[in-house]
Design a protein around this ligand. Structure first.
Ligand SMILES: [Zn+2]
Length: 474
């Protein structure tokens, strides 16, 4: 019942904004002809790419089930658990899990003629609150390098954490199957790698699995810092953590939550002053990514719909996307709609008729496959798209009711045209779009004071970049 009511209130708010927007749309349609631009569409959606749609059908719930059961079978994947050669050989502990993940990526690479580069990011974490002694942490990842020389440096990334925990954060010995948290997210990263490695994209896709999440985001922090220090051009990070669709009675298997930060974690004082002055609290790069996922969810039938939560993470909880946000990257978190707290961060046991523990039997493998499809569709759409336009500005020199935007061509030479998006300042999603062809300047008969604008690049096949909100230019 609660699920039902929440869905209704979510829908009615978007219905309201649609009704409010209807008047503005009629006006914009009338004005589009006046501006000499192409037709205005009411739904700024992305068109489906037939090849991507075919690839999504290859995502396998059976594969995902086998991978989650395999991960749970290492008994514990606590970052503090054993990782010496004997335990790796015996198939117990985080070292054995790490070696198995590596071998999976390598087997996918063999199937695509060596298209994946399988790598590790290895370091020693010094003692801290949840790390009692110096601990070896290894992130395992596979790189599907972009096929276009100019665009291969652009990166989209999917991640899950392969470490697990039970009731005690410092317990490196007791069973911690971690099927949902986060065998599910690890399985999403693996399955995206298996399916998308059969395709070619202009931009690069990185399939990441990190450790140390439960000890304090140690693995992702190290990886994100490395990416920043080495100047990686990461456009999007999709973090999947607890996407198992726990089979509790009140679960809603038709949706997955997508959390995104509002004011960027990496914003400077100057950025924050501008955000405050312009009402930019809901326009971080991460939030544009979240909106992009909604459009992907409409264009492709993943089997699950994203529900945007305009919040960094669940109440007072955290995840690996935050490590990327802190380095200034756009990153969001996917999590099932309703978590069952008996089935995460708990020792496996039964008490008063309640079963505790994060076991595979509580995971809905079809649901994980749906979430994997939504992730794969987003990664593919972004990796196929041109780079976002550069230096997007909104001219504010003269006081006027029209709005003029300027931008520089999308780097990498793949953009064929550009679209200006806009929405009411109170609206959660983009409401309108106008195509300006291959221009780098557009004037709209709309006041910048009343709406929020963005510009995105489109290629010849209709792949759309992430939108960029303009900065004011005096
Ligand atoms: Zn987790």
């Amino acid at each position: 019942m609660r699920v039902f009511l929440e869905s209704v209130s979510f829908m009615s708010s978007s219905l309201k904004s649609t009704i409010l927007a209807a008047g503005a749309l009629a006006l914009a349609t009338a004005l589009a002809t006046e501006c000499g631009a192409q037709a205005v569409k009411s739904e700024p959606g992305a068109a489906a790419d037939a090849q991507i749609a075919v690839a999504l059908r290859q995502v396998s719930a059976q594969r995902i089930q086998a991978n989650i059961e395999k991960l749970a079978g290492f008994e514990t994947r606590s970052t503090l658990s054993v990782q010496d050669p004997a335990s790796v050989a015996a198939g117990r502990g985080i070292g054995a899990a790490r070696e198995w993940i590596k071998s999976e990526f390598i087997s996918y690479s063999k199937e695509c003629g060596g298209c994946l580069e399988v790598k590790t990011d290895h370091f020693t974490e010094e003692p801290g609150e949840r790390i009692p002694k110096p601990t070896e942490i290894t992130n395992v990842y596979a790189v599907l390098k972009g096929s276009d020389a100019e665009n291969a440096k652009r990166i989209v990334l999917v991640s899950g954490h392969y470490d697990s925990r039970n009731s005690g954060t410092l317990d490196g010995n007791g069973d911690a199957p971690g099927a949902n948290d986060d065998g599910s997210g690890t399985a999403v990263s693996l399955e995206c790698a298996r399916v998308l490695s059969r395709m070619k994209f202009p931009a690069t896709i990185v399939f990441l699995t990190v450790a140390g999440e439960e000890q304090g985001l140690n693995g992702s922090r190290h990886f994100a810092k490395m990416a920043k220090d080495e100047g990686w051009d990461i456009e999007a990070v999709l973090n999947n953590d607890i996407v198992g669709g726990d089979k509790s009675a009140e679960q809603d298997h038709s949706v997955v939550r997508v959390f995104s930060e509002g004011v960027p974690s990496a914003a400077t004082e100057q950025d924050i002053r501008r955000i405050r002055g312009l009402g930019g609290e809901s326009d971080s790069g991460s939030r544009q990514l979240a909106r992009y996922i909604v459009e992907v969810g409409r264009a492709y039938d993943a089997g699950v719909k994203p529900v945007l939560v305009f919040r960094l993470d669940r109440y007072l909880r955290g995840g690996d996307h935050y490590s990327f946000n802190q380095q200034g990257f756009s990153a969001v978190r996917f999590t099932e709609f309703r978590e069952d707290f008996h089935h995460q961060h708990q020792n496996v046991r039964a008490e008063n008729g309640i079963e505790y523990g994060d076991l595979p039997k509580f995971v809905d493998f079809d649901y994980v496959a749906h979430v994997a499809r939504l992730n794969a569709a987003t990664l593919a759409a972004l990796a196929a798209a041109p780079a976002p336009p550069a230096n997007v500005h909104l001219l504010t020199k003269d006081l006027e009711n029209d709005s003029t935007l300027t931008w520089e061509a999308s780097p990498g030479g793949r953009a064929a045209e550009y679209e200006v998006l806009w929405r009411a300042t109170t609206s959660p999603e983009w409401e309108h779009v106008q195509n300006f062809g291959n221009a780098t300047r557009a004037t709209l008969k709309l006041s910048k004071d009343n709406v929020i604008f963005a510009v995105r690049a489109v290629d010849r096949e209709g792949h759309r970049s992430l939108p960029v909100v303009p900065v004011p230019e005096r």
